[in-house]
Structure formats: C-alpha cells, structure tokens
Design a protein around this ligand. Sequence first.
Ligand SMILES: *Cc1c(COP(=O)(O)O)cnc(C)c1O
Length: 386
Amino acid sequence: MKCIEPFTQPVYITQPVLPDANDVYMKILEIWESRQLTNNGRMVGQLEEMLSRYLKVEHLSVFSNGTVALQIACRLLRLSGEVVTTPFTFAATAHSLEWSNLTPVFCDIEETSMNIDPRKIEQLITHRTTAVLPVHVFGYPCDVKTIGNIAEKYGLKIIYDAAHAFGVEIDRIPIGAFGDISMFSFHATKIYHTLEGGALAFGNNNYKNKATGLCMKNRADILRNFGISGEDVVAEPGTNGKMNELQAAIGILLLDKVDAEIAKRKELTCLYRNFLQDLPGLTFNTDIEGIKYNYPYFIIRVDDKVFGVTRDELYRKLKEYNIFAKKYFYPLCSDFACYRHLPSAAAHNLPVAAKVARQVLALPLHGSLANECVEKICGIIRMIRG
Ligand SMILES: *Cc1c(COP(=O)(O)O)cnc(C)c1O
C-alpha cells in the first residue's frame, strides 16, 4: 500500500478570509478622521445598504454578533412560552431561546437535509407554542414552504437561523425573504464575516406597529442600543448589540471577496465529491437543482458498519496526519446538561438527529486550501479505511 506522509503544517477545517491590510488601514484613517467609533456610524449605515443589496432583502439591521441578533429577534416578535427548534445546530440557537425565557422544544430532523423535519413539527405544537426556529444547516435551505404553511395554520412566528446561509437562494428567491425574520452570523469562522457580527433580515414583514408607529427595523435599531428611542426617551428594555465602525469596515471590504471565496469552495467541494464518491459507507450531499448554494462546509457522513471505521476513529486518525476535522454538530443541543431534562430532548423523540450526530464530520474547506491538499486528504481517508 502506498504510504502518505502527514501534513507538515496543521490543516484546519476553516481559515478566515482576510481583507488586504492596506485597505483596512485606509478605512481606519477614515474612521479616525470621523472620530465616530460606534453608535450607528457611517460605516454601519453603508454596510447595511450593501448587505441589503447583496442579500436582496429590503430591510436589514446589523449587530455585534449573531447570537445577540437572535435574542433581539425573539423580543421583536414578542415571543413567549415554547419555540419549536432543531437539536442539530450550534449551541447559540437553543441558548438564544433560553436567554429569552423561552422553552426550546426539540424536533427531529430529516435524514438527508439534516434540517428540522416539518412532518414532525405539528405534533410538538401546544397552546404555549408561539414560534418555530428552524436552521438552514450547512447552508442547505429548510423546507420553507411546508414550514410556512404550518406557521400560518397555527398562527406561529418563524425565525430562521440563517447563520450558514449567506447568499443562498431558492428558485431565485433570497433566503432572507422567508419567515418573519432571518438571522445571519458574521463570525470570523463563517464564509462572510465582520470579525464578529450578525444581521437580521426582516423579509417582507417590515410592517408598522399601529400602537408605536415603528416598523421592525426601527425597533431592532432601538433594541440594539439599550432601547433608547430619543434623546430623553428609553422606549423598552433593550440591550447592547451594536456593531462598531471597525467591524463594519471589515464587512465592507470583505463583501467584494465573498463571491470568489464561494467559487473556490465550490471547486474544492467538487474535488472532494469526485475523490470520495466511490467509497462505500461514506456519503455526502450534492447540489439540488434550483438552489444557489454557498458551500460553507464539506460534511461527510460515516456509516461505520459499511465503512469499517467509526466516525470517531476516522477523526482521531486524521489528526495523526495533522488534519483537524470537526464533529459538527456533535453533541446535539438536546444532549447538553442544561437541556436534556426537557421532555422533547428524550432520545425516542429524536432518533434521526441522534444517528446523524454520530455520523457527521466536517472536512477542511476554505478558499486558501490548495486543490492538492484536498486530493491528499481524500487519499489519507482512503488509506485509513484500508
Ligand atoms: C455561528 C452560529 C451562530 C452564532 O452566531 P455568532 O455570530 O457566533 O453569535 C448561531 N447559529 C448557528 C447555526 C451558527 O453556526
């Protein structure tokens, strides 16, 4: 058998896209000149406009991070009681509910898309349910049509966690147009980032509240700034969720680079698919006609009975070759100590999620990864399988 040497440098699953340092310096000079570092400055205003255009959503606000944006979304919609969500996500999804005094109700997922299974939502709805919080996991869009119908039937709000879905479109409809609110994360590990940051897109629901005269975006901008609505007026208990000018400047510069990053990741994704397609017991998703993807992660599923090696063994052996894959998402949110007491966290309620969480592994994928690295990683996986 051919022997492959480990990588001399560690290969991580991602690496942030960086703007040119000189361009950042020019932006810093501009900010210094203005002496405005935060509080809804020029850069933030400009970024919101640019993002509205890129994401094709009319109304959008930016925040210091995606998690605080999710919490603000819960307040904006005045949610209470229970919210149906997925356990197969990052901790922030369930935590945002808990921090908003809402009870997460975990719903099982679909085997292939790994998104919330709409066929299992209805049986979890009670008189206390006020919303659903699905996640477009790994940028694959949820079944937005069925979820929309269920929400309408039961009078529920929909917040989409679109942290992974920057730029995704379904039949040319932008992902941010679905549901009442969509949250995007601009954390440094995401495909588009502002160091830390996030946004809410208000879909087509930027309606004016009759009592306050405020539309959703107005209220979101007030809530991210302590609830201050005028010089001497604090309208409601807000928080500090403001994006600062330096974050916004990074965002402005990186918006020019995101298409190239997505294109490169698509190329690498195709390479992975080619090199791994004939390996029994190892599967991955492919593109579905009509969906514009953003290729944020390359996720494989390991069926150990067929593959002959468990996901955890593969993860450990890859490390010996200096390849740092990630068990993403594992463990399920419903298995965290803070949530496993919930009735909906019971294993019999979430059989598909439990199976998927045992099988998934994210492999390295970012724009500065060389094609040869992907080829070598696939060769090593082949060798580990034996
Ligand atoms: C990254 C992420 C978040 C949190 O966003 P932050 O900007 O890091 O606060 C929430 N949900 C999902 C699915 C994420 O991947």
